[in-house]
Design a protein around this ligand. Structure first.
Ligand SMILES: [Fe+2]
Length: 176
């Protein structure tokens, strides 16, 4: 199966999967992508935002949820390239970084995110990551993620919109 078909199945499988209380994982994915589009993010960043939590899908086994950042990176990299995988793979590290460096950040996190932060090692800065040229985009993704938990959001992008972005990313990679 190709990357686009895989992605369509994965996204659909997120309907009715609840990690946060306010939105299910499909709405969370689509709201994350919408925040990215609204921010003028490029296709790879939009795609990484949409797919950063795919490891919550029941199509992965239950252990995937524990290291869901690494599982996302491992799934996305061969299909959509190094940068999409890397950006999605840093969303936990970006949360730890923002909690350590932005005084208002931790206070604004959702209750679920606060308790997972503890399990993820708490606030912390990884100097090697911060020096990475893609790190600013990882922080942008994290802001989209945190702003994608609105039960009343409307006007979000659709699964089809995300798949169109995914197709462009694949085409761009093929043409390189
Ligand atoms: Fe998320």
């Amino acid at each position: 199966m190709d990357a686009i078909t895989d992605t369509a199945r994965l996204l659909s499988s997120l309907r009715g999967v609840w990690d946060e209380e306010a939105v299910d994982e499909l709405d969370h994915a689509l709201q994350s992508a919408t925040r990215a589009v609204d921010d003028g993010a490029d296709d790879e960043l939009v795609l990484a935002a949409a797919l950063h939590d795919i490891a919550r899908s029941p199509m992965f086994d239950a252990s995937a949820a524990r290291r869901h950042d690494e599982v996302a990176k491992g799934w996305l990299t061969p299909r959509f390239g190094e940068r999409v995988g890397w950006l999605a793979g840093q969303h936990v590290a970006a949360k730890r970084y923002l909690a350590a460096t932005d005084p208002g950040y931790a206070a604004a996190l959702s209750p679920t995110s606060v308790s997972s932060l503890r399990a993820q090692g708490g606030a912390g800065v990884d100097a090697a990551l911060v020096a990475h040229p893609w790190w600013p985009d990882a922080l942008r993704l994290r802001r989209y993620d945190d702003a994608a938990k609105d039960p009343d959001a409307d006007g979000t992008v659709t699964i089809e919109d995300v798949l169109a972005v995914a197709e462009r990313v694949v085409r761009q990679r093929d043409s390189r």
